[in-house]
Design a binder for this molecule. Structure first.
Ligand code: BGP
Length: 449
């Protein structure tokens, strides 16, 4: 018997996550169109080592082997994404049947291996042709996404019952059009940037609408958000109140807009003259009820109650423990507060952690093993805080590790390894790391070990 406070609820969902552009490869095969990442990765200096997505983990050709591996680890839930440019190569109205056929084969193979798909409609690989028409700054992308969402839900409403509309709005808007570090690497005006968030929210709304219209019985849908998460310096009423206030301010333009059906006066004041254009009926679409909230939780910011009870963000010391990704400070409490705060703030009633994991560079295979004890420790520490959230009544129903295997980590290329399975990118050999063996035992026991 495992200690009661280590055991998860009986129907808890355990899974792993990936995304099409990061693992599929076959970047120009079977009629797939160019994505913004195919283009961006070829601009010198934008991606570590000039790595492209051309081959990645070659999952396009090796999916059977990958599903057999998942099965051997006891993984029965798999979060994947569909490549928009595989299905609409130029983002227009012409469907590429071979793209749909590929995913049909993928879902068949998953079913044969007893694996349930959790499908993200959009995980950053915008068709380049849409970027050429303005990308996320333009309403053309919203109309194109609505068509894409209708098409995939109509095509796959039988094998797929769990849909995620978008992955991490901040990353493909702010980091891509504001900061400029992710594809397409632009720096637009503040008004245009606010418009990218609004367009993304509209696409989320269309994703929900498509599932309600075509998803069939039992279909569920939600957004996956990488909310800005904070951790109260102490768990006292004053610091918790400060944390909640910080959280609501930082998430006003995404979760706030969705769950409250509009932009807060505080957010509009912050936008000033740069507020986004909002059409009649936009917020009806954006705030349509969802079935769950997906959260990608990696790291958090410490906050305390400062002068007049206002939230005060605490800087981390330079030698604070972190993974090899410079942004990935090790703050396991992000699992507790990251799931609890959206419930406290917006009354969220069902949560899945759709990503959690850590990236390191040097992970070598030694006698057939990869001793990634840092990752085993990361998972265990984070699951403890997630279990504490469950204990306190936070409605968390599942957890997906990022990632099944090492893959194309965007601007970090193939250098940064997040997998619980090692991928040798020269030979495509997969080797489960110790963390995979650990996670397999956790799944089997439904408990932290
Ligand atoms: C999330 C993304 C994933 C994955 C992960 C690791 O933001 O949804 O696609 O890449 O983070 O982060 P990164 O590759 O930016 O280090």
């Amino acid at each position: 018997m495992h200690p009661a406070n280590s055991v998860f609820p009986e129907d808890f969902t355990w899974g792993v996550a990936t995304a099409a552009p990061q693992i599929e490869g076959a970047a120009f095969e079977d009629g797939k169109g160019e994505s913004i990442w195919d283009r961006f990765s070829r601009i010198p200096g934008r991606v570590h080592g000039g790595d492209t997505l051309d081959v990645a983990c070659d999952h396009y050709h090796r999916y059977r082997e990958d599903f057999a591996l998942m099965r051997s680890l006891g993984v029965r839930n798999y979060r994947l994404s569909l490549a928009w440019p595989r299905i609409f190569p130029d983002g227009g109205k012409q469907v590429n049947q071979r793209g749909l056929d590929f995913y049909r084969r993928l879902f068949d193979a998953m079913r044969e291996n007893g694996i349930t798909p959790w499908v993200t409609m959009f995980h950053w690989d915008l068709p380049q042709a849409l970027e050429d028409q303005g990308g996320w700054v333009s309403p053309v992308t919203v109309d194109a996404f609505a068509r894409y969402a209708d098409t995939i839900v109509q095509a796959f409403h039988e094998p797929v019952k769990h849909w995620i509309t978008l992955n991490e709005i901040r990353c493909f808007t702010y980091l891509a059009y504001g900061f400029g570090g992710k594809a397409p690497g632009r720096k637009v005006s503040p008004q245009e940037l606010n418009q990218t968030y609004h367009h993304a929210l509209l696409c989320h709304g269309h994703g929900v609408r498509a599932v309600r219209e075509h998803g069939g019985a039992g279909a569920q849908v939600g957004l996956t958000d990488n909310s800005d998460v904070c951790i109260p310096f102490t768990e006292t009423a004053a610091d918790i109140a400060a944390a909640r206030s910080w959280y609501e301010t930082r998430n006003a333009h995404i979760l706030g807009a969705m769950y409250r059906g509009g932009y807060s006066p505080e957010y509009l004041e912050r936008c000033g003259a740069n507020y986004p254009r909002v059409g009649a009926g936009d917020f009806k679409l954006i705030s349509a009820p969802t079935d769950f909230l997906g959260l990608n939780l990696y790291t958090g910011t410490f906050v305390r109650s400062g002068a007049d009870g206002r939230p005060e963000e605490l800087p981390l010391p330079v030698n604070y423990p972190r993974a090899d990704s410079t942004w990935l400070n090790l703050t396991p409490q992000v699992m507790y507060w990251g799931t609890r705060l959206p419930c406290d703030a917006y009354g969220v009633r069902s949560i899945y952690v759709t990503e959690n994991g850590c990236g390191y560079n040097e992970e070598n295979v030694v006698n057939g093993e990869v001793f990634d004890l840092h990752r085993r420790d990361y998972l265990r520490g984070h699951l403890r805080e997630l279990r504490r959230a469950v204990e306190d009544g936070v409605p968390v129903h599942g957890y997906f590790v990022w990632s099944l295997m090492d893959n194309y980590e965007w601007e970090d290329g193939y250098q940064r390894r997040f997998g619980i399975v090692h991928c040798d990118f020269a030979t495509q050999k997969r080797t489960p790391k110790l963390s995979a063996k650990y996670y397999a035992q956790v799944i089997a026991a439904n408990a932290i070990l």
